[in-house]
Design a protein around this ligand. Structure first.
Ligand SMILES: CC(C)(COP(=O)(O)OP(=O)(O)OC[C@H]1O[C@@H](n2cnc3c(N)ncnc32)[C@H](O)[C@@H]1OP(=O)(O)O)[C@@H](O)C(=O)NCCC(=O)NCCS
Length: 159
C-alpha cells in the first residue's frame, strides 16, 4: 500500500474529541475494555491545560485542503532520569484509524517524535505495549526500537 500523504502537527484543544474517540476505540480494540467518555474527554483536555503532563501529536491527511481529517494521534509524556541527568520521553496512546493503517502514518509520527526528542535533548524515547499486541510490537521493532529487560508493576491506590 502506498504511504499516505499526511502532515504531523501539535494537537490543539479542538482535536480533543477526536483524540478521546481514538482512545475509546483503542481500548475496545486492544483490550476489549469499555472506557467512559465522561472520563476520557476531560482527561485528554487536561493535557492541553498543563504542559507538564505532555503533549499530543496528530497526523492529518494532506490531500484535501478543505477537510484534512485527523487519522492518528499519540501522546508524549516525560520521566526524569537521575542516572543520566536527562529526560526520557514516553510515547503513549498511539492510535491510527483502522482505514489508514499500513500506510506509514505511525512511521511518520515516530520520525517527528525522534526529531523533537533530539531537539529537546531527551536521552531515550520509550513506550510500553501489551505483550499480545503483536502487530504493534512488529511495527516498533521495524522502526528500530529495542525491547528492554524490565517488568512493569503497579499497585492500586484508589478504586
Ligand atoms: C500499531 C499501529 C500504531 C501502527 O500504525 P501504522 O500507521 O499502521 O504503522 P506504519 O504503517 O507506519 O508502519 C510502521 C513500520 O512498521 C511496519 N509494519 C506495519 N505493519 C506491520 C506488521 N503487521 N508487521 C510487521 N511490520 C509492520 C511497516 O512496514 C513500517 O515499516 P517501514 O517504514 O520500514 O515500511 C496501528 O496499527 C494501530 O493504531 N493499532 C491499534 C492501536 C494500537 O495497537 N496501538 C499501540 C498501543 S501500544
Amino acid at each position: 500500500m502506498l504511504p499516505a500523504n499526511v502532515d504531523v502537527r501539535l494537537a490543539v484543544l479542538a482535536d480533543a474529541p477526536t483524540i478521546a474517540r481514538f482512545q475509546i476505540e483503542m481500548a475496545m480494540e486492544t483490550e476489549n475494555k469499555k472506557l467512559d467518555a465522561n472520563v476520557v474527554l476531560p482527561a485528554v483536555e487536561a493535557v492541553f491545560r498543563d504542559a507538564n503532563k505532555g503533549y499530543y501529536l496528530v497526523a492529518e491527511i494532506a490531500d484535501d485542503p478543505g477537510k484534512r481529517p485527523v487519522v492518528a494521534s499519540l501522546l508524549i509524556t516525560y520521566e526524569w532520569s537521575d542516572w543520566r541527568n536527562s529526560v526520557i520521553w514516553y510515547i503513549q496512546s498511539v492510535y491510527v484509524d483502522p482505514d489508514w493503517r499500513g500506510r506509514q502514518i505511525f512511521g511518520k509520527l515516530f520520525a517527528d517524535v525522534i526529531h523533537r526528542a533530539e531537539r529537546a535533548q531527551a536521552k531515550f524515547v520509550r513506550l510500553y505495549v501489551e505483550a499480545e499486541n503483536h502487530r504493534a510490537v512488529a511495527v516498533y521493532e521495524s522502526l528500530g526500537m529495542k525491547r528492554l529487560p524490565y517488568y512493569m508493576y503497579q499497585y492500586q491506590v484508589i478504586e
